[in-house]
Design a protein around this ligand. Structure first.
Ligand code: ADP
Ligand code: MG
Length: 248
């Protein structure tokens, strides 16, 4: 078995996605296309539907209507477990198993989902930990690591599954400022390697330098979409102009 990280990316397309919670319409017809190997950053105010949109991509949230396509093929009715094997997700709060070692955190899904034996799972896990500079942390519990290190473990765990798409939901928002850069650099490296990334972020510097496209969400819709230069330097809508004046 090879321990090289493989990159096999898929394109993602969301078509006219609607999600409501009771009477609250959270996504009101969202279309988004992310070509294979590209990075889209999703920005926008709190409550605008960014997390819900991301969760639709691996169907943690099932849309009320609309379609989801991977490599041009609808997966909206496909087996959700099979879909989730193609998608890695990294959350604000890491979501590591606190009572297991760093190594176990990565080997457990490899064993249960990918059905690797113990030795093979450990070989992959150690290789992915080495990729994020944390091979020496394998025996520790997550609590013994800094927030930035825990987030890098979470990224290593997702990458160990060889996803075709990675979703990041405010992956650096819970980190102390001095730990943010290490995680952003790692994410930039994945973009460079050609993994398809959808990144919800408040890090406008990252969006500007790494994103191929930036989507600005407000009240359940993508109200502006374009290159980082267009979105940041020539915002068209008053809502985006106001948002940028608050965050830049
Ligand atoms: P964002 O990530 O942009 O802050 P979210 O997608 O988390 O926005 O939430 C959008 C809106 O949907 C918010 O008003 C939020 O309170 C609501 N919401 C999100 N998830 C649920 C849920 N499971 N049940 C009810 N309301 C929800
Ligand atoms: Mg959110």
């Amino acid at each position: 078995m090879t321990t090289e990280a493989k990159t096999q990316s898929a394109s993602v397309e969301l078509r006219d996605i609607h999600v409501s919670f009771g009477t609250l319409e959270v996504l009101r017809g969202v279309d988004l296309t992310v070509p294979r190997g590209e990075t889209v950053c999703v920005i926008g105010p709190s409550g605008s539907g960014k997390s819900t949109l991301l969760r639709c991509v691996n169907r943690l949230q099932e849309p009320d209507s609309g379609d989801l396509l991977f490599d041009g093929e609808s997966v909206i009715k496909a087996d959700p477990d099979r879909l989730r094997q193609r998608v890695g997700m990294v959350f604000q709060h890491f979501n590591l198993f606190g009572h297991r070692s760093v190594l176990d955190n990565i080997t457990l899904p490899l064993r249960s989902v990918k059905r690797l034996d113990k030795a093979a799972a450990e070989e992959v896990a150690l290789a992915r930990l080495a990729d994020v500079g944390l091979a020496d942390k394998a025996p520790y519990r997550p609590a013994a690591l800094s927030g930035g290190q825990q987030q890098r473990v979470a990224i290593a765990r997702a990458l160990a599954m060889e996803p075709e798409v990675m979703l990041f939901d405010e992956a650096t928002s819970a980190l102390d400022p001095e730990l943010v850069k290490g995680v952003l650099d790692l994410m930039a490296g994945l973009a460079e390697r050609g993994l398809t990334l959808i990144v919800v972020t408040h890090e406008m510097g990252f969006a500007r330098s790494v994103a191929d496209k930036v989507a600005f969400m407000d009240r359940g819709k993508i109200v502006e979409y374009g290159t980082p230069d267009a979105v940041f330097d020539k915002p068209q809508s008053p809502r985006l102009q106001q948002f940028l004046s608050q965050v830049l």
